[in-house]
Design a protein around this ligand. Sequence first.
Ligand SMILES: [Zn+2]
Length: 256
Amino acid sequence: MSLGTYLMIDMSVLYDHADYPAALVNFNNSNKWAKFQEVHLSVTNHKCPICECSLKVGELLSRPSRGKTKQCIIESTVDHYRPQKYYTFLALTHENYILMCSECNNIYKGCEFPLFGDNPVRATNPAEISNEQPLIVNPINDDLFDLFELVVRHDLSGRKVLELSPKHEQGYRYEKALTTIKLFSLGECELNAHSNANVKTLRINLLHSHFVKFDVFIDAFMNKNIPKMRAEIADKNLKDYGFLKFILKNQFKNLV
Ligand SMILES: [Zn+2]
């Protein structure tokens, strides 16, 4: 099958994108990192590369609010992968910019930037960056297939969710995947998620909506029904999702 290059969502093609040089010129003339927003969105098919929520302009998402359901827009943000709080010297380094939805950026990641190791030393200049082992995934640089696998399971209320799990069982790559999953509540949300109940519910709702999107496709995949798989990919725009490639690579567990 012919596939896109997208996964959870792999952004490794970003710097080769035809629009990147123009965005860089605009940025250099303005020092506004929002100048990269459109080219990042183009690479991710207008999705957050972390949680894969839609960032299409005007698309509404249901979220709980005081016992009711409210429709809201999740905005896209371009911000620093290594936060300015610790890395002021990277404030205007374009390779340090990363696209996320406003939920992932502001509610989950914030200024967090944990490093691997017992007493990790934080870089104080660009030359020291390569000595760091960050514990937050970077979809532009990291091999996502070497960090995560996809899991279908029941949440505590019995609904099915599509979520991430570490691929490895120990070591740096395990810790990086686990820290990312916990920080962004991309797996076992009931245990890991944000202390704010509304935010927790929003995340579980999102992972459930991902399952609903892939439900029929997963069934067709398990039954090796290629025509049905093709039809689902076309009908539901599944190529826009990073999750798709995890399933096709069989890097995927069905626990229900
Ligand atoms: Zn997100």
